[in-house]
Design a protein around this ligand. Structure first.
Ligand SMILES: Cc1cc2nc3c(=O)[nH]c(=O)nc-3n(C[C@H](O)[C@H](O)[C@H](O)COP(=O)(O)OP(=O)(O)OC[C@H]3O[C@@H](n4cnc5c(N)ncnc54)[C@H](O)[C@@H]3O)c2cc1C
Length: 408
């Protein structure tokens, strides 16, 4: 499929827009185009009720649906960078508390959650909820309270106008807005594994990350965990302690390169954990859209196929914090943003901190700039945790707004 066509399909899926996709040249596609007199139209054609859009792209669909508009105001009480679960939650609570709120995302709302076919461990949804659907509802809720969503627009930089002055935020369409308080919630990029059929099995036996809740559901099952960092080690132990039989696949030749010694010790002693060094996942097997087994191969080319119930990819990620050094925002040695108490050394705020008070919880080393969600040092990498942090920020910012004398 043409890359642009794939992008459009991905866009419709991740915006939780119900649609039918007919491949060019298929009988259904030809019939539909003929019925509408569009046989000569440039593909792809998007048909939405009475309207049709030829040579449709993500951008042209956004415009047709009323998007791609500039920000309505010049100044906001609160600007949120990133419309993932953390950013959207912050927007819902800040807007519902009466703050003028703008949320910018360089992509669609939902962040990584928009890639999750089914989020099964989110509070209040016993049957699970699609990640894209959750994001669509949260976006609608934020807008319902008066927040503005600026989509497919990245924030590229800022302009400091003095410590107690609104900060200027540079948007990638060339415009600029100012904000009294800002939340950075740009998330992380999960490292992805390139394997045939993997994307189709995400949520149906293959998962990025593994929390305790997943472990509880896998009691007595056979699972594979890919990865060699501490999060992979913790996941392996969680599974095995819940009586799952775990095969741990590690590309490197030893665990000690990337994992803490106490985890290695426990993993090596556990009778239900089989550690395979210098071994990589090479194939996924499925039936009726669900995972049934895997093949993995060692560095000598010896391969093995096994029936398994789940594959958990704990191969890490990269936080979106490349902008932090130029914005004087402190990060840890893995690139995650430090906030609140984590900024203090021997009880003292960093030298660059200009105020008498310490940074508030979730406030970064730059006064009035908060961070929440996956991008934050110590975050849990879960939708519920991101939503919780975003909601907390929406209440913490009132202290900063009071310092600035902002009335609302
Ligand atoms: C495939 C998959 C499945 C998952 N399944 C589950 C699950 O079942 N349960 C669970 O609890 N968790 C799950 N997770 C983890 C969960 O999705 C994340 O923990 C959560 O989305 C983090 O939220 P966030 O708001 O911090 O960041 P993100 O979701 O990463 O959102 C960050 C947003 O910021 C935007 N952004 C970045 N830079 C800029 C910029 N400069 N300007 C404007 N916008 C910017 C990005 O486009 C993105 O939309 C899954 C993750 C993946 C990848």
């Amino acid at each position: 499929m043409d890359a642009e066509h794939y992008r459009l399909r991905d866009f419709l899926t991740r915006s939780a827009q119900p649609y039918e996709w007919h491949e060019a040249g298929s009988a259904d596609a030809d019939q539909l185009l003929e019925k509408l007199g569009l046989e000569a139209a440039a593909l792809p054609v998007l048909i939405d009720g009475e309207q049709s859009l030829q040579a449709a792209t993500v951008e042209s669909v956004m415009t047709a649906w009323g998007g791609n508009q500039p920000a309505k105001r010049k100044h906001y009480d609160f600007v949120v960078i990133g419309a993932g679960p953390a950013g959207l939650a912050a927007a819902v609570y800040a807007a519902s508390d009466g703050l003028s709120t703008l949320v910018c995302d360089r992509d669609l709302p939902g962040g990584q959650a928009s890639y999750a076919t089914m989020i099964e461990n989110f509070f209040g949804f016993p049957d699970g909820i699609g990640g894209a659907e959750l994001a669509r509802l949260a976006g609608r809720q934020a807008e319902g309270f008066g927040a503005e969503l600026l989509l497919m627009r990245a924030v590229n930089g800022s302009r400091l106008n003095g410590q107690d002055e609104p900060v200027g935020l540079l948007i990638d369409d060339g415009s600029e807005v100012t904000a009294s308080v800002v939340l950075a919630a740009p998330g992380i990029d999960w490292a992805r594994l390139e394997l045939d059929g993997l994307d189709d099995l995400i949520g149906d036996g293959v998962y990025y990350g593994a929390g305790r809740s997943e472990a509880a559901q896998c009691a007595g099952q056979d699972v594979v965990v890919v990865g060699a960092g501490n999060s992979a080690g913790q996941a392996v132990l969680n599974f095995a302690n819940q009586t799952a039989r775990v095969t741990m696949l590690i590309r490197g030749d030893r665990l000690s390169k990337s994992m803490s010694a106490y985890l290695i010790e426990r993993i090596e002693k556990h009778p239900l954990i089989d550690v395979r060094l210098e071994t990589q996942l090479t194939e996924l097997h499925s039936n009726d859209g669900g995972l049934t087994g895997v093949t993995f191969a060692d560095s000598g080319g010896k391969s093995e196929t096994r029936a398994v119930d789940g594959v958990f990819l704990c191969i890490g990620g990269r936080p979106h914090t490349e902008w932090c050094s130029r914005e004087h925002v402190h990060i840890d040695d893995r690139g995650y943003i430090l906030t609140g108490q984590d900024l203090l050394k021997d009880g003292k705020a960093p030298d660059c901190w200009p105020l008498e008070r310490d940074p508030l919880p979730l406030e970064t080393s730059r006064v009035g700039l908060f961070a929440a969600g996956d991008v934050r040092h110590g975050s849990t990498k879960r939708v519920a945790a991101a939503v919780g942090e975003g909601s907390m920020v929406a209440s913490l910012i009132f202290s900063r707004l009071a310092e600035l004398g902002v009335t609302y």
